[in-house]
Ligand binder design. Structure first.
Ligand SMILES: [Zn+2]
Length: 312
């Protein structure tokens, strides 16, 4: 079961094997007296996730709730299909995200806009979560699974409706995308700052809120448990600020998006510098980092600054 990793006696990390991509999307199974899944991913991951749940010895009927870090399609795209297939499930999400899961038309349209014809193939169906199954989460609230308690931490930045979970007893942080992306195979960290919602000040404030916790284990939604509890928090803050400075500076030099994106792309390559001696990994991650900085991170910063956001 190389797609499943046991984090501790109650928590398992599941590789969603999304479209057969390994080490890309994580889902977490939390086995208290009641069982929860955190970030089930898009509908195209659902069968693989369910298969992993069964390999762990649970039936879908044993799951009591789905909890989402945020409503982006790669995290919560399957919430509607899951919850309509299994009407006993509760769907727990940030109070600001809940209306969008009840009526996912906007999510669906933005997925279509970004991915066009490919959207359905990549992410599958997006259908409404029945209102009676939705449970909005407030900041500081405790989700009690019996034997495991998860504290809800609103962590805006990546998106205004982003939340993390913290297991105080085991000191485990379910970071969602608040600390960006971690690529364990290459030990690479980088920020995740998509338009239209990314907010630099909120993102850094959220990292500072997480830094105050005595975290021993950080679980990324992209991807998996990080080996070190301190580095991800430190890196996330530094890189969010540095990348912001690069974009801000480039925007003040030229009113030219291609120029700004190229400057960020150059900066982003620093995070894979340590792979120079591993040419295959270097090639693979050059492509990925350039793609992410050009299509997601750069446009997110540009939009943030155009809206009047401040540099740090
Ligand atoms: Zn994501």
């Amino acid at each position: 079961m190389e797609h499943i990793e046991q984090v501790n006696e109650k928590i398992y990390s599941i590789d969603q094997q999304w479209l057969d991509n390994v080490q890309y999307n994580s889902c977490y199974l939390i086995a208290g007296e009641r069982v929860a899944l955190y970030d089930t991913g898009p509908t195209t991951s659902m069968e693989k996730v369910l298969q992993s749940v069964e390999e762990l010895g649970f039936r879908p009927e044993d799951i009591s709730c789905l909890i989402y870090s945020h409503i982006h399609i790669d995290h919560a795209g399957s919430a509607g299909v899951f919850s309509t297939r299994y009407p006993h499930l509760q769907v727990l999400v940030h109070e600001q995200g809940a209306p969008h899961l009840a009526n996912p038309e906007k999510l669906y349209q933005s997925m279509k806009r970004v991915f066009g014809e490919m959207a359905e193939k990549m992410y599958g169906d997006v259908v409404p979560v029945p209102e009676e199954q939705l449970r909005p989460l407030a900041d500081g609230e405790i989700i009690d699974l019996g034997g495991v308690q998860l504290r809800v931490l609103h962590t805006p930045g990546h998106a205004s409706h982003h939340l993390c979970l913290y297991d105080d007893e085991h000191r485990v942080l379910f970071a969602g995308e608040a600390l960006g992306i971690y690529l364990p195979e290459a030990d690479v960290y980088f920020p995740s700052t998509p338009p239209p919602d990314f907010d630099l000040v909120s993102a850094v404030n959220s990292v500072e809120k997480l830094e105050k916790l005595p975290v021993e284990k950080v679980l990324f939604s992209h991807f998996g448990p990080a080996g070190d509890p301190v580095i991800p928090l430190k890196k996330a803050k530094e890189m969010l600020i540095d990348w912001g400075r690069i974009v801000y500076q480039a925007m003040s030099e030229r009113d030219d998006t291609a120029y700004v994106l190229e400057k960020l792309s150059e900066e982003s390559m620093k995070c894979i510098e340590h792979l120079r001696d591993a040419p295959e990994l270097y090639r693979k991650y050059t492509e990925l980092v350039r793609f992410r900085s050009g299509t997601t991170c750069g446009p997110g910063y540009i939009r943030y600054f155009k809206k009047g956001g401040v540099v740090l």
